[in-house]
Design a protein around this ligand. Structure first.
Ligand SMILES: [Zn+2]
Length: 317
């Protein structure tokens, strides 16, 4: 039987990443273009169309048939219609968009759309750290915190496609205001942005640019950097303890630049979480780093498209 291919597209705040995915999780022609995040939605749609067109030509050259296209985008998505409802503060005009319809009007290929964090989690679940598991929670610590929930092998989205916003769980009831309209959300304390802000607030004359720098400074004996990391671990552990007590998953996967701090960091997070979570809920939970890096969103989009495509095929038989 021929391997089925899909085109996976991952729309992020700065770049749109893409690649042709095999069902075994191999990527061909992986690339990225800049996201016109503040431009009118038609500009983003035009970019998507160009990208699809280029990749269909590439696939043809390589004798690959693209069965379906999967797209991950920030925001809440009605996956049955491939319709982006909204909820994307960084993308000014990127809401109320019939993404699937727009692309399918031009190309005769089924298009399936979901939230980007859901598809990152799905990528790690199918091909990455969670591939032997059934119940997995994924948190991506970056500019914000994206969350994805996989229960019994299925992405959990809530009743109206707008759940799984794990970065917006309250961990400080009177805490800092958040872009989402809430207050004291996890992402205000444990995203890369929040950790960098924490350091720079106390050391404005020598500000850091990234979390990697903070970890390096801590290794060199910088007391402030150590304190900031300690606070970060404590906040993150509070969030993970909530997740553990509510979901009791088999595994929590931490992705994004912050998790590149490696196993010693994850071990500290594990220990801090162990102190907070209910022992019986926490007992068998594994906490691990993501393994696919920035390919997770592309591969997750590809796998999601393949799954939906196969389901659609069965339904029409
Ligand atoms: Zn929030």
């Amino acid at each position: 039987m021929n391997s089925k291919y899909t085109l996976g597209i991952d729309i992020g705040g700065t770049t749109i990443k893409y690649g042709i995915c095999s069902s075994a999780g191999k990527l061909t022609g992986q690339g990225a273009i800049s996201t016109p995040a503040t431009a009118p939605k038609q500009d983003i749609l035009n970019k998507l169309n160009e990208l699809v067109s280029d990749n269909l030509i590439l696939a043809q050259k390589k004798n690959m048939t693209i069965a379906a296209i999967g797209i991950g985008t920030p925001g809440s998505v009605d996956i049955h219609r491939g319709y982006l409802m909204g909820g994307t503060p960084n993308f000014k005009h990127w809401r109320n968009v019939s993404i699937s319809k727009f692309i399918m009007d031009r190309f005769d290929i089924p298009v399936f759309v979901d939230n980007d964090a859901n598809l990152m989690a799905y990528g790690e679940f199918i091909y990455g750290a969670g591939k032997e598991k059934k119940d997995v929670i994924c948190l991506t610590l970056g500019t914000g915190i994206g969350g994805g929930i996989i229960i019994n092998g299925e992405i959990y989205r809530g009743s109206f496609f707008a759940g799984a916003e794990l970065g917006h769980m309250t961990i400080h009831h009177a805490g800092q205001p958040c872009n989402c309209g809430g207050q004291g959300c996890l992402e205000r304390y444990a995203s890369a942005t929040a950790v960098i802000e924490d350091y720079n607030r106390e050391n404005p004359l020598n500000p850091v640019q990234g979390t990697r720098q903070i970890f390096q400074l801590a290794e060199q004996g910088d007391g402030l950097a150590s304190d900031v990391i300690e606070r970060f671990i404590s906040y993150l552990a509070a969030g993970l303890a909530n997740i553990t007590n509510i979901f009791n998953p088999e595994m929590i996967i931490l992705g994004g630049g912050v998790s590149e701090a490696g196993k010693p960091f994850i071990d500290r997070v594990y220990q801090a979480c162990q102190k907070r979570a209910m022992p019986v809920s926490f007992k068998n939970v594994e906490i691990v780093g993501a393994t696919l890096g920035n390919r997770a969103g592309i591969l997750g989009a590809g796998a999601f498209a393949l799954k939906r495509f196969n389901l659609a095929g069965k339904a029409s038989q």
